[in-house]
Design a protein around this ligand. Structure first.
Ligand code: PEP
Ligand code: MN
Length: 337
């Protein structure tokens, strides 16, 4: 880290700061300029609150030169991480598409959708059973019964399943019924939940919060990994901006940025980013072209009747067409679909 001292810093204040940093185990390299002096501070700052230095009156500014995330960091783990979900490899050469309804509504509904997405080439079945709805009066999901329906369909069609966990109280039931635990945008910084998931070995798909920076997102992944669970998949699902023509703004730049910073797989959710079904195909193709490891897409056979997110759900025939085009872009990127 680099600490720039104020122009008029008092010698006694500078000594106070120097003693503090040395006490914390850091080494200091001085650089004295005509106007400003700088401390080059060497040591592991991962557990150090660099903002605390602003409490010292002689400090003008502090710059971190090391990323605060370690286990997530590509610098320490150069090879891409590949996560094995019941034989489906996420982060390898193959592009993995997860698809299914926003919400599990009935066994028949999941069966129809699972059959169609499987046929079109999806490898993992999605379906929400505990729904994070903005309004308490909106459909809240089928709960544990929904997880069982999803699991049964997954077994029938040979697809691992993914569903969103919202509370620590349901971890055990999720460990039993789902193959990937989804942490939704609204819970990206639910640290109690992340810590509990760190104690398991279950693959976790961690969505980026819609108001979070990439670094905050990676720090949430660090929580899970620091707890001992290396199986983290990152998912960009759009962030909140001023633009009303989409539900969220798909931040496609996360793909090359996260690929540079981290070894973890990155997948894109174009459905929640777009908010409208007719935008989903374009965003999906662009995501693959940007280097994403896969997609998670909402599909419903009767979107008009969907209990949630019908506006952004693809009909099976549109999903099939998307998969056809995705495979062409995948070929161009050297990835198999
Ligand atoms: C979902 O996947 O249905 C969902 C609620 O996603 P997000 O957390 O991205 O809003
Ligand atoms: Mn949804």
């Amino acid at each position: 880290m680099i600490v720039k001292l104020k122009r008029d810093a008092k010698k006694t204040d500078i000594k106070h700061l120097r003693d503090h940093l040395i006490n914390q185990g850091f080494e200091i390299h001085d650089s004295v300029g005509a106007n400003y002096s700088i401390f080059g501070v060497v040591g592991d700052t991962a557990q150090f609150d660099i903002r605390s230095l602003y409490a010292y009156p002689c400090v003008d500014s502090v710059i971190r030169v090391q990323e605060p995330f370690k286990k997530v960091n590509r610098k320490f783990t150069p090879e891409d991480t590949i996560i094995d979900v019941g034989g489906v490899l996420i982060g390898g050469n193959e592009l993995i598409v997860m698809a299914g309804p926003c919400s599990v509504e009935s066994a028949e509904q999941v069966d129809i959708i699972a059959a169609s997405v499987k046929k079109a080439g999806a490898k993992i079945l999605r379906g929400g059973a505990f729904k994070p709805r903005t309004s308490p009066y909106s459909y809240q999901g089928m709960g544990v019964e929904g997880l069982k329906i999803l699991k049964d369909a997954g077994l029938k069609y040979g697809m691992p399943v993914i569903s969103e966990l919202m509370s620590t109280e349901h971890i055990d039931v999720f460990l039993e019924y789902v193959d990937i635990i989804q942490i939704g945008a609204r819970n990206m910084q639910n640290f109690a939940l992340l810590k509990e998931l760190g104690k398991t070995n279950k693959p976790v798909l961690l969505k980026r919060g819609f108001s979070n920076t990439i670094e905050e997102w990676l720090m949430s992944a660090e929580y899970i990994m620091a707890g001992g669970n290396p199986n983290v998949i990152l998912c960009e699902r759009g962030i909140r901006t001023f633009e009303p023509y989409t539900r969220n703004t798909l931040d496609i730049s996360t793909v090359p940025i996260v690929k540079k910073l981290s070894h973890l797989p990155v997948i894109i959710d174009p459905s929640h980013a777009a908010g409208y079904w007719d935008l989903v195909e374009s965003l999906s193709l662009a995501s693959i072209a940007a280097g994403a490891d896969g997609l998670i897409i909402e599909v419903h056979h009767e979107p008009e009747k969907a209990m949630s997110d019908g506006a952004q759900s693809l009909k099976p025939k549109n999903f099939k067409e998307l998969m056809r085009k995705a495979s062409i872009i995948g070929d161009a990127m050297g990835r198999k679909l």
